[in-house]
Design a protein around this ligand. Sequence first.
Ligand code: FAD
Length: 251
Amino acid sequence: MFECDLKLVRKHNLAPRIISLTYEAADNAIVAFQPGQFLSLQFPANAISETPLKRSYSIVNISPHPQHNRQIEIAVTLIDGGVASEYFKNTQAGDLIAAKGPMGNLVLPEKIDKRLILIGTGTGMAPYRSMLHQLKTMLTAGLKVEILQGARTRDELIYQQEFLSLATEYHAGYRACLSRQADAEITCHEYAGHVGKPLQQLEPDPENDLVYLCGHPAMVDQQVSYLTELGFDTRSVKREKYFVSGKNKAK
Ligand SMILES: Cc1cc2nc3c(=O)[nH]c(=O)nc-3n(C[C@H](O)[C@H](O)[C@H](O)COP(=O)(O)OP(=O)(O)OC[C@H]3O[C@@H](n4cnc5c(N)ncnc54)[C@H](O)[C@@H]3O)c2cc1C
C-alpha cells in the first residue's frame, strides 16, 4: 500500500477527450500494484470545488514486475466541468498530487480454468491494458480470452493496437464495438453498436465463463442483468463502475 505525493512526469493525448498521465512517487519510492487495481487521487480545491475531492483511476501500466514498479500511468476521460477533469486539463510536469493505493479486486486470479471474457467501455479498458503481460502468459498456457472494447467512435479506441496484437499473436478474440461510428463495419474485429449483442454472440455460459465488466455504469448494469438471468453469480462476474450520477456522488 502506498500513500504519498505523486509527481507528474509525462502527459499526452490518447484520443480526442482522453489523456494519459504518468506519475512517480515524489520520493522515488516503489509504487507496487496488481494489474487491474486503481488508485485514489486527492484534488486540491479549484474553481469548480471549494473543498478537496477524491477520485479513483485505474492503473494502466504494463509492468513485468508490478511489485517493484516506480511509475504509475493512468488514462483519463476529460468531462466538461468535472472537478478532476479541469485539474487534469491544466496540470503540468512537476506538479504534485496526493495519492493512495492500490485498491480494487478487478484482478486476475492466479489460475483460471474457464474462458475469460473482458468487457470495457472508454477508459474502462485501462485495467485490461495493465493485464496484457499476464494475459500473454495465460494465453500461451492455453487460456481462452475474448475482449470486447466499447467506444463511441474508432478514434476513442485507446490501446486498440495492443489488444489487436494480442488477438493476432496470441489468438485472443477481440472486437471493437462502436456505438456512434457511421461507417462501422461488421467484421470479426468490429461491430456497429454497443457491447451487448457481441457478448450474446459469444454465448456466455455460467459454468464455463468468467466475465469482467468495467467502465460506463449503464453498460455494467445492463450486462450484469443479462448475465444474472443466464445464471451467472458474483463469483463469475467481476465488475467496476466508473462513475455515479453527480447528485449522489460521495465526496
Ligand atoms: C474504481 C474506479 C476507477 C476509475 N477509473 C477511471 C479511469 O481509469 N479513467 C477515468 O477517466 N475515470 C475513472 N473513474 C472515474 C473517475 O473517478 C471520475 O469519476 C471521473 O474522472 C470524473 O471526475 P470529475 O471530477 O472530472 O467529474 P465530476 O465532477 O465527478 O462529474 C461531473 C459530471 O459528469 C458525470 N460523469 C463523470 N464521469 C463521467 C463519464 N466518464 N462520462 C460521462 N459523464 C461522466 C458525473 O456523473 C457528473 O454529473 C474511475 C472510477 C472508479 C470508481
